[in-house]
Design a protein around this ligand. Structure first.
Ligand code: AKB
Length: 310
């Protein structure tokens, strides 16, 4: 069974590739990227350069490599999408539409990463339910809600096995995220180690859901391997591992680097986005339907990040 990853050189893709190679064998993994190529030692059968908006080119790759499962990670993140809304719509929506169309024709399963960005200012902020009001106020969020609905539509109408997760902010040390509202929780580690100080673009008390990358990668693989008869939702599962503010993250880092200092210079765009997102999602549906269980909480994540970044 062949697996294809779009956005393969991005923050999630660069860690999903080796994980898939370990589970299914490197000769069963095809990487698709746009601007950058994966590292030379990345364990994949082939790398294909592709603009995800080019449906014909995607179709050729899927047919040539007999792809059975597409992990569609190519997308613009929230802050960069607010700066370039037309481009974000084009890449996030047309990219997903192309993937689903090709999946329909070639009977592929699809993984689609949604986000806490799919919620909006009117969504309940604490214990955000799996099924609730979703009226996001960002173009990123609108593209994620539309993406969730489109995945459900292709599943119902054409039987495409489209599954997905609503990711919180993802924290990792291999590849930087680039253009997200939760990026502070990644940047802070390099700044703490190099300069002993970090200037945060979100307010000290902005509480958001977060997750360490090893948990996110395990969740993708576990969801795609789940028995379909156990799934009531298929798509857009809330999942979270921890929920904290910049102040709480800084306090945890200070346990390892006592002279670390954080100060704040608020970016109104990213603060506005963060204020429209939930503080803590309820992920019981994922736990019940396919056994979601994170391994890393805040202290474990901070220790591991600093260990690897040092
Ligand atoms: C972002 O900040 O845009 C992403 C996300 C939470 O979807 N990390």
């Amino acid at each position: 069974m062949m697996h294809l990853v779009t956005g393969a050189t991005g923050q999630i893709g660069s860690e999903l590739l080796p994980a898939l190679a370990e589970v299914y064998g490197a000769d069963h993994v095809i990487a698709v990227g746009h601007r950058r190529e994966p590292a030379a030692d990345m364990p994949v059968a082939a790398y294909c350069s592709l603009d995800i908006r080019d449906q014909a080119a995607l179709k050729k790759i899927v047919a040539k490599h007999r792809i059975a499962c597409i992990y569609h990670l190519a997308a613009l993140l929230s802050a960069v999408a607010e700066a370039r809304p037309q481009l974000a719509w084009d890449i996030n929506m047309n990219g997903l539409f192309n993937v689903l169309e090709v999946a329909r024709e070639h009977q592929c399963a699809v993984f689609f990463p949604s986000s806490i960005g799919a919620f909006g200012p009117n969504t309940p902020k604490i214990d955000t339910p799996q099924d609730t009001l979703q009226r996001p106020s960002t173009v990123y969020g609108i593209s994620k809600v539309a993406g969730e609905l489109l995945c459900d539509y292709y599943q119902r109408r054409y039987g495409v096995d489209a599954r997905g997760l609503r990711f919180p902010g993802l924290i990792s040390y291999r590849t930087p995220p680039g253009g997200g509202t939760t990026d502070y929780a990644v940047e802070i580690f390099a700044a703490a180690l190099q300069n002993r100080r970090y200037q945060c673009f979100l307010k000290a008390d902005t509480q958001l859901d977060m997750m360490y990358m090893p948990d996110a990668i395990a969740a993708i693989i576990q969801l795609m391997q789940a028995n379909p008869s156990e799934l009531q939702h298929h798509n857009a599962f809330n999942i979270t591992a921890m929920s904290f503010t910049p102040e709480q993250l800084a306090a945890e880092i200070r346990k390892h680097i006592p002279d670390f200092n954080i100060d704040y210079r608020i970016d109104p765009i990213r603060q506005g986005i963060a204020d429209s997102w939930p503080a803590h999602m309820d992920d019981q549906a994922a736990r019940k339907e396919w056994g979601w269980q994170p391994r890393y909480d805040l202290p474990a994540m901070v220790s591991d990040m600093l260990l690897h970044m040092r």
